[in-house]
Design a binder for this molecule. Structure first.
Ligand code: GAL
Length: 469
């Protein structure tokens, strides 16, 4: 059911697993600051140590081998490589660490997929205005070029930025992620814009200076729930679901894959709400400048992070002042028939992923798609025999197979989130997404495979053996 060279992977990110927050010359990132300033992370926890992958990498590699992964998605810590965010000051120990990780993976026949930015901006760049400042795009481009130059002889799959939607909205509108800003209805659009500019600059740098020799592929990872109208017979609900998809996935995918600009429904919604509150229509969602590298076409594949689904109903936001919620003017609901897994936002809807894959095929010109994150959370008492998570993976992978076989979607790979339990952002260590359990109370941070890890390994080995026949 899966193509011969299908990528079977698992994913992690630097801040969530590495620890070593100031080891060997690493600079601080906005997540170090956010956690240390106790800005709302569960239990005042932080990623200072987490899984300590900075020192225990060989343990992670054992987990990767035990699962039989063909691919492993990791992120680089910008501030570990460039402590002040600029290439003026390179931390050689950081370079050594990632060289070792990449070399070890390749020696075990595992291909790395490397994310340049997974939520952890160097604090030094935040101090210059962070993602709100237009200059961040140039700094990101220099960092990206440094990484292509240093690691690109061995890394063939690159993600520039992970989930610009989450960084922009949770970090700058809702304030529940670093840097903790709550500048409603304005900052997130600016941040998203600069992230797109940064991504496009890096893609163009790769295209012009590295692609010919390194022969890799570059994209950005976009998150979206599957969003469908509460009442498919109600025009307002249908339009609201379309608008919601435009504000989530389309915000970034439309410029990159379709037109080089934001979706028209998003532009007009933001304009309408600006005018309704007495502002100029064009004052919030920026326009792409001719001086910037073009955005359209700056992805060699579609990288999708998907966890869940929502039903969408029109109106009902009731916000009186500027906000993204007011712009969206729609309400997201859970279908009571969907089981909730652990965290309140994570309804288990495997068929939603299939629908979203088909939607991406139809709307974004049938791209090659990697599912770069998908997973199931556990909270409360530890269950190593995690039968529900096993069922989740089995039914989700079946839906992916149907998308490939029956809907003709070009899916190239699937990365489970996550290799092991780790620091789950604002939820700290209270939410566990791992295929391996990590005992955070144990000095050695022992990793133990969950039943779901064994199940995933079994699925992978079945497909690998079919590939040989
Ligand atoms: C994504 C994020 C991951 C992980 C996951 C589970 O938004 O990229 O880092 O935390 O959610 O919530």
């Amino acid at each position: 059911m899966f193509p011969r060279d299908f990528a079977w992977g698992a994913a992690t990110s630097a801040y969530q697993i590495e620890g070593g927050w100031q080891a060997d010359g690493k600079g601080p990132s906005i997540w170090d600051t956010f956690c240390h300033e106790k800005r709302g992370v569960h239990g005042g926890q932080n990623g200072d140590v987490s899984c300590n992958s900075y020192e225990l990498w060989e343990k992670d590699l054992e987990c990767i081998q035990q699962l039989g992964l063909t691919h492993y998605r990791l992120s680089l810590s910008w501030a570990r490589l460039l402590p002040d965010g600029t290439t003026r000051n390179v931390n050689r120990r950081g370079v050594q660490y990632y060289n070792r990780v990449i070399d070890d993976l390749l020696a075990c026949n595992v291909s790395p997929m490397v994310t340049l930015y997974h939520f952890d901006l160097p604090q030094a760049i935040q101090d210059l205005g962070g993602w709100k400042s237009p200059g961040v795009a140039t700094l990101f481009d220099s960092y990206a070029k440094f990484c292509f130059q240093t690691f690109g002889d061995r890394v063939k799959l690159w993600i520039t930025i992970n989930e610009p939607h989450v960084c922009a909205k949770l970090g700058h509108e809702d304030g529940i992620h670093a840097p903790g800003l709550k500048e409603k209805g304005t900052a997130a659009y600016l941040v998203g814009h600069n992230m797109l500019r940064a991504h496009a600059s890096a893609w163009h740098s790769y295209d012009s200076a590295y692609r010919a020799t390194q022969k890799g592929a570059v994209s950005l990872a976009l998150n979206s729930d599957w969003l469908e109208p509460l009442d498919p017979g109600c025009r307002e609900d249908v339009e609201s679901a379309e608008r919601d998809l435009a504000f989530t996935l389309g915000w970034f995918a439309w410029p990159v894959f379709v037109t080089g600009d934001y979706p028209e429904i998003m532009r007009s919604a933001v304009e309408t709400q600006s005018k309704a509150l007495g502002y100029r229509g064009d004052f919030r969602l920026p326009t792409f400048s001719k001086d910037d590298p073009p955005i359209l076409g700056t992805a060699d594949f579609f990288a999708l992070n998907n966890y869940t689904s929502r039903k969408v109903k029109s109106g009902g936001c009731g916000e009186q002042t500027l906000s993204m919620k007011r712009d969206l003017d729609a309400e997201e609901l859970l279908d009571p028939s969907w089981p909730i897994c652990g965290v309140s936002w994570l309804a288990v809807v495997p068929h939603g992923l299939r629908k979203l894959l088909k939607y991406i095929k139809d709307v974004f010109n049938n791209p090659a798609i990697y599912i770069t994150e998908n997973g199931f959370a556990q909270v409360g008492p530890l269950q190593t025999e995690d039968v529900e998570r096993c069922n989740f993976y089995k039914s989700t992978i079946l839906e992916v197979a149907k998308a490939i076989e029956e809907d003709g979607v070009d899916v190239r790979g699937y990365f489970a989130w996550s290799l092991m339990d780790n620091f789950e952002w604002a939820d700290g260590f209270s939410v566990r997404f791992g295929l391996f359990h990590v005992d955070f109370s144990d000095a050695e941070l022992r990793r133990t495979i969950y039943r779901s890890g064994r199940e995933y390994a079994k699925i992978i080995s079945e497909y690998k053996s079919r590939r040989l026949t």
